[in-house]
Ligand binder design. Structure first.
Ligand SMILES: [Zn+2]
Length: 157
């Protein structure tokens, strides 16, 4: 497969500002946003078409969850949701927080420059805490697996 930035982010090979993560999806800040707080939601697997994606409904539920978080935390008037193609073909959904003074059109605009502090501030506001639930679940699963492995070993001794 061609080098895919979204896959690399999902596999944590590239540093990103993750605001939400589940076993199937990931949401992270766009580091070259058209508007401050612009966020990307994507499946972790390299899916190319929303229409043909068997988890499209779950993906859109995640998109709405993140959009609501953005709307509340950034005090946005609304959140525009778009499904524009990417270079690698990896399906992404872009979320643009809209304020009263947002100028249109948005998509052709030059990216805003954000430094690490701006991004950390946004991350702090937008982070959905379930990310920790997800981590916890992963740890629990690992522990259960480990205990079962131990049990199996004991049974044989
Ligand atoms: Zn990909």
């Amino acid at each position: 497969m061609v080098d895919c930035v979204i896959c690399s982010i999902a596999q944590k090979k590239i540093k990103s500002f993750i605001i939400y993560e589940s076993s199937d999806f990931i949401a992270f800040l766009d580091i070259m946003p058209r508007v401050k707080g612009m966020t990307i939601v994507a499946p972790k697997e390299h899916v190319t078409s929303l229409v043909d994606y068997d988890k499209a409904f779950e993906l859109m539920k995640t998109v709405l969850k993140v959009a609501k978080q953005i709307k509340v935390e950034l005090n946005a008037k609304s959140v525009i949701i778009s499904n524009l193609p990417t270079q690698s073909g990896h399906l992404i959904i872009k979320l643009y927080p809209i304020k009263e003074d947002t100028e249109f059109p948005l998509f052709e605009k030059d990216p805003i420059r954000l430094d690490e502090k701006d991004l950390m501030d946004l991350l702090e506001k937008l982070k959905i805490e379930e990310i920790e639930e997800y981590e916890k679940k992963k740890i629990q699963e690992r522990d259960v697996e480990y205990m079962e492995k131990l049990k199996r070993e004991w049974e044989f001794t």
